[in-house]
Design a protein around this ligand. Structure first.
Ligand SMILES: NC(=O)c1ccc[n+]([C@@H]2O[C@H](COP(=O)([O-])OP(=O)(O)OC[C@H]3O[C@@H](n4cnc5c(N)ncnc54)[C@H](OP(=O)(O)O)[C@@H]3O)[C@@H](O)[C@H]2O)c1
Length: 309
C-alpha cells in the first residue's frame, strides 16, 4: 500500500514508518521537516519525505488537497487536534482513500467511572485537549457510518527512547528518577494510588500497523492502545527504586499541600495525570486486531530511561 503519515517524525512515527516499510509498504512521511525522528532506523532512508506545514496549509485551505494529491491508499493522521481540521481532511479524502486512521487519546474518557473501562465507556472529557479529541472521534465515527473508512486509536502515555517519560509523581521532572535511585525521599500526592498507563511507542506503532493490515476489522471502530495494566504512582515509584536495589522512601501529602512544593507547571502536569488516572482495557484491540504489547507500563519507562541516562 501507499501510506501517507501526517506528523511522521515524532514519537509514534519514529517506530511506525520503519515498521510499515519493513512490511513492503510505500510510506510518505509528512512533516514540516523541523525535527528528525527520535531514532533514525535504516528503513527511514526508504521513506518519501514531504514538507507541509499543516497549520499554514489549513489557513489557506490547501491542506486537504495537498494530502489527497499524495495519492495514499491509506492516510494516518497523527496530529489532528480540532474537529474542523478533521472535517477539512475528510472532505478532501472522501472517496479517495481506502483507510483513514486518526490518533486519539485515552483522555477522551475524562475521569474514569470504572476500572477497567472499555471503548464503550462514557466520553466525559475535561480540558480542551480531551474535549476536542472526543469531538473528532465522534465526528469520524459518524463519517464512517457515511462510508468514510475511519479508525481511531487511543494511546496511553507514549513512552520510549529519546524523550522523558511521565515519572512516578505524574509529571516530567527527571530528578524524581534520580531521587528514587539514590534513596532520597519522594513525596507522592494524596495516597499515591492515582494511576498512570504508559505505552511504548513501538507498541503504539504496532497497533497502527495491525489496524492498517485489517481494515475489515478496524474501520468504524475505536481501540484503546496502552500497556495491559496501569500502575499506581506508589507501585511505579517502588519499581523504579528496585531497579537500583533499593526500597523506595516515600512520603505522602494531601494535594493542596503537595502542590505548594512544586512549580506551577509540574503541578499542572501532575494534576492532569492524576485526574485522568487511566485504567483502560485493551481487550478489544487484543481480541479484534491481535494487539500484543511487548512492554508493561514500567518496562516502557525503563526502556526510555536506559537510552538517555
Ligand atoms: N504524547 C503522548 O503521551 C500522547 C498520548 C496519547 C495520545 N497522543 C497523541 O499522539 C499524537 C502525536 O503523536 P506523536 O506523539 O508521535 O507526535 P510528536 O512526537 O508530537 O511529533 C509531531 C510530528 O508532527 C510534525 N508536526 C508538528 N507540527 C506540524 C505541522 N504544523 N505541520 C506538519 N507537521 C507537523 C512533527 O515534525 P516537525 O516538527 O518537523 O513538523 C512530528 O513529525 C497526537 O494526536 C496526540 O494527541 C499523544
Amino acid at each position: 500500500m501507499r501510506i501517507v503519515i501526517i506528523g511522521a517524525t515524532g514519537h509514534i512515527g519514529t517506530w511506525l514508518v520503519p515498521r510499515l516499510i519493513r512490511k513492503g509498504h510505500e510510506v510518505v512521511a509528512v512533516s514540516r521537516g523541523v525535527r528528525d525522528p527520535y531514532q533514525r532506523f535504516p528503513e527511514w532512508d526508504s521513506a518519501e519525505h514531504v514538507v507541509i506545514d499543516r497549520q499554514r496549509s489549513e489557513q489557506d485551505g490547501s491542506f486537504g488537497k495537498r494530502i489527497a494529491d499524495l495519492h495514499g491508499e491509506a492516510v494516518i493522521d497523527l496530529i489532528c487536534f480540532e474537529r474542523e481540521s478533521a472535517a477539512h481532511l475528510v472532505d478532501a479524502l472522501h472517496g479517495r482513500v481506502e483507510h483513514f486512521i486518526h490518533c486519539g487519546t485515552l483522555w477522551v474518557h475524562g475521569i474514569p467511572q470504572s476500572c477497567p473501562y472499555d471503548e464503550t465507556a462514557a466520553r466525559e472529557p475535561f480540558g480542551d485537549y480531551g474535549i476536542r479529541k472526543a469531538e473528532i472521534e465522534r465526528f469520524l465515527l459518524d463519517e464512517s457510518s457515511r462510508e468514510f473508512p475511519a479508525t481511531i486509536l487511543h494511546p496511553g502515555h507514549i513512552t520510549g527512547p529519546g524523550w522523558d517519560p511521565i515519572n512516578p509523581i505524574g509529571n516530567l521532572d527527571r530528578q524524581v528518577f534520580d531521587q528514587l535511585a539514590s534513596g532520597a525521599i519522594v513525596v507522592l500526592p494524596d495516597d499515591g494510588l492515582a494511576r498512570l498507563q504508559h505505552v511504548h511507542a513501538d507498541d503504539v506503532a504496532s497497533a497502527f500497523e495491525l489496524a492498517i493490515e485489517q481494515p475489515d476489522k478496524s474501520i468504524g471502530e475505536s481501540f484503546h492502545v496502552a500497556a495491559r495494566e496501569p500502575v499506581t504512582l506508589l507501585s511505579y515509584a517502588e519499581t523504579v527504586a528496585s531497579w537500583s536495589g533499593r526500597k523506595a522512601k516515600l512520603a505522602f501529602l494531601p494535594w493542596d499541600e503537595w502542590t505548594k512544593t512544586k512549580s506551577e507547571r509540574d503541578a499542572e502536569i501532575t494534576l492532569d495525570h492524576v485526574m485522568h488516572s487511566p485504567c483502560a482495557s485493551i481487550a478489544k484491540a487484543e481480541r479484534i486486531l491481535g494487539f500484543n504489547p511487548r512492554y508493561t507500563a514500567v518496562e516502557a519507562v525503563r526502556d526510555a530511561l536506559s537510552y538517555t541516562m
